[in-house]
Design a protein around this ligand. Structure first.
Ligand code: NDP
Length: 326
């Protein structure tokens, strides 16, 4: 028996921490003794019964996990190997990381990179790995520190905090957008040169505004993304990964056809293994682990429901690791 958070069918609206056995776990060829998981925006939606994330019930949420292989019927992974796993539908359609054990498919596993701990891998989690996918996409489109400033929205959240920290280490001039002015000092410590209020990006605006940014890392969508696109300089690159402000995109064609702006969608869940390995390799190289530790706090499985509610209200800063064994 082991502990797990279990989300019931939508009509029951119950999320409980309970003792379960392996019959609760989805199929796979490896069993993992989980050490840590992490709380992402998507996990908070699942725990709080918001529609669109969990699509099979009952479900153990948690889109990330890190731990040690306990059983394996695949040659590539043996008992005792340290691994991490992001996405691929765990915590959505396949039982996930908010438990002390998981049974998953070996082809989803990433070997734990050499110079980070299991806990640090979850401090990074899907949020940090997605931030890196955004930065890799900017680079692929030719953006460099000499291209101009990079705008990061939802700056005090998980993706935003890690994106700022990496971009700063890579030598970019970073401008943060945040709805929390009280987090200005925190964001500047991470490496933001300037912090702009979110209110300046809300509401409908002109299709073209003054060119200010060579690249964008956007977690917000909706009007915030539209107004960021309108301020992207000629040939600039916008990476869109989130919908904290909304799923819509009330934008104009003008920046695309008059300024050659490129809009790149970022998906972490089904990203090919080659891209994941590249992102994790770059994370170990380009993310300052001291900064990572400073923006991370740790909670227990029993605290997940309360922190999920706070995260959806935009009250959680940085990254939240879940220690599943306390
Ligand atoms: P967090 O909750 O940690 O951060 C989101 C941040 O967005 C908040 O901290 C807040 O920052 C800002 N925010 C909150 N509400 C609003 C709002 N109404 N309008 C504009 N900004 C808002 O979440 P994550 O960083 O983990 O994820 C951010 C987004 O990225 C989510 O939508 C998530 O689903 C998505 N995502 C997508 C992935 C993909 O594969 N495409 C992978 C990972 C995440 P501040 O207070 O500084 O304004």
């Amino acid at each position: 028996m082991f502990n797990a958070i279990v989300v019931s069918k939508p009509d029951e609206q119950s999320t409980v921490l309970k003792s379960v056995d392996k019959s609760m776990l989805s199929d796979g060829d490896v069993v993992i003794n989980i050490a840590y998981s992490t709380l992402n925006y998507k996990d908070a939606l699942a725990v709080c019964h918001k529609p669109g994330v969990v699509r099979a019930w009952p479900m153990i949420p948690g889109i990330d996990l890190a731990g040690i292989v306990a059983e394996s019927s695949n040659d590539k992974f043996k008992v005792g190997d340290a691994i991490l796993l992001n996405g691929y539908g765990i915590g959505e359609v396949h039982t996930g990381g908010f438990a002390q054990q998981a049974r998953v498919k070996s082809e989803w596993l990433v070997p734990l990179p050499n110079n980070i701990s299991l806990k640090q891998s979850m401090a990074i989690g899907t949020a940090g790995y997605t931030a890196m996918l955004c930065i890799l996409a900017l680079e692929k489109q030719g953006v460099t520190p000499s291209s101009g400033a990079i705008l990061v929205t939802g700056a005090a959240g998980g993706v935003g905090s890690i994106a700022i920290s990496i971009l700063n280490k890579l030598g970019y001039s970073v401008i943060a957008v945040s709805g929390r002015v009280e987090q200005t000092d925190y964001l500047k410590t991470l490496g933001a040169r300037e912090v702009l209020p979110r209110s300046g990006f809300e509401g409908r605006n002109k299709p073209l505004l003054k060119e200010r940014f060579a690249g964008i890392v956007d977690v917000a969508g909706s009007h915030i993304l539209a107004n960021a696109i309108a301020q992207t300089q000629y040939g600039g690159v916008v990476t869109a990964c989130g919908l904290a402000a909304g799923m819509d995109l009330p934008a104009s064609m003008a920046p695309f056809i008059l300024r050659g702006v490129k809009l790149i969608g970022i998906d972490s869940v089904m990203a090919p293994m080659q891209d994941r390995l590249q992102a994790w390799q770059r994370l170990t190289q380009d993310l300052d682990l001291t900064v990572l530790d400073s923006l991370t706090h740790t909670i227990s499985l029993s605290q997940v429901p309360v922190f999920s509610e706070q995260l959806l209200k935009g009250q959680v800063r940085g990254r939240t690791v879940v220690d599943v064994n306390v």
